[in-house]
Design a protein around this ligand. Structure first.
Ligand code: G3P
Ligand code: CA
Length: 331
């Protein structure tokens, strides 16, 4: 039996704190929902983020064995669910349980918990949701449920909060014989998201994933993620950004691409400046109040660096409430 926590109650409680989006020209993207407070990628975390005034809700996407896009960051279920206890004997040879080996019906039986390090069993973020509240059972959301939640809340509030799905591990899914991009576009279309003016942004690390979306004819807004690793150095040049601008509408760089660890702008803030010069929006990730880079004295200081010194257009954040509060203070 699936026991659901009171999602709408959480949302209502959160609404007591919100008014309207903080500022029209900086975008607050709730990274995995309000994941600084509730287990990531649950409808509860999404509802809380909505209530905190986020402009977009971010679901990372993986596929089930029966082809359903679900909100999940990892290919495996071990760090954020009770899969090992609930489905013993279903791990692959590496000892891990892969989402794509489970049907949606099975996935729905899992209890989601705050992220732990599977090696040590320790919380990755110790100050966040404690996994001791066993009477409350969170579960994995589907993309469709996420869209349904946002649509319902938009209707109920009169706001127009968007959804910012990320297609994870596109080439890996292709190797498993599935067309992930087509599956995502079909569900987005079911909810009316088809055009450039619709309030959805699709993101991916793999350029091939975004190119596949364009090949399928989508006009949705697309964002190319730029990781911190060497693979993405080629995008840190004028020619690289020209190539990105040919198929995408924005970039989502790691914040390590904006400031060095001592707070010095990377390449004289080349990435933000040159991306915006090409008409690309810039949404760096991931702002966390409980994991600050060395150069930031506080969360507000981090936001000041990224949004105003570097001039990014928005941020992915685990703490939408603190980001909204900061932006209001800057108005
Ligand atoms: O999608 C932006 C940011 O979320 C990328 O990092 O690993 O948290 O999906 P990740
Ligand atoms: Ca993501």
């Amino acid at each position: 039996m699936t026991t659901r926590p009171p999602i709408l109650l959480l949302a209502c409680l959160a609404f007591t704190a919100i008014a309207l989006p903080a500022t029209p020209d900086k975008t607050v993207i709730a990274h995995r929902g309000a994941s600084g407070y509730l287990p990531e990628h649950t409808l509860e975390a999404y509802a809380m983020a909505y209530g905190q005034g986020a402009d977009f809700i971010e679901p990372d996407l993986m596929l089930t064995s029966d082809g359903v896009p679900i909100a999940l960051h990892d290919r495996t279920l071990d760090a954020t669910t009770d899969v090992a206890e609930r489905f013993p004997g279903r791990a692959r040879d590496d000892g891990k349980h892969y989402a794509i080996d489970f049907t949606l019906e099975e996935i729905e039986q899992l209890a989601v918990k705050e992220r732990i390090d599977p090696e040590t069993g320790e919380h990755v973020f110790p100050a966040r949701w404690p996994n001791t509240h066993e009477a409350i059972r969170f579960r994995i959301a589907t993309l469709a449920e996420t869209l349904e939640l946002v649509r319902g809340l938009n209707h109920a509030t009169g706001r127009d909060v968007g959804v910012y799905p990320e297609i994870k591990s596109s080439s890996w899914h292709r190797e498993q014989g599935v067309d992930f991009e087509r599956a995502v576009l079909e569900i987005l279309a079911d909810y009316g998201y088809t055009g450039a003016d619709d309030n959805v942004i699709v993101q991916a690390f793999e350029p091939e994933s975004l190119l596949r979306l364009r090949e399928l004819g989508t006009e949705l807004t697309l964002v190319q993620l730029i990781g911190g690793g060497r693979n993405y150095d080629r995008m840190m040049t004028g020619e690289g950004l020209d190539r990105v601008a040919a198929y995408a509408d924005g970039i989502g760089p790691s914040m390590t691409r904006i400031f060095e660890s001592d707070g010095t702008p990377v390449k004289d803030n080349f990435l933000v400046r040159e991306a915006q010069a090409r008409g690309l929006i810039v949404h760096p990730y991931t702002m966390r109040a409980d994991r600050l880079p060395g150069y930031a004295d506080s969360y507000d200081d981090l936001l000041e660096h990224i949004l105003f010194q570097a001039g990014a257009d928005g941020v992915f954040t685990d703490h939408p409430d603190l980001t909204v509060r900061f932006l209001k203070s800057r108005q």
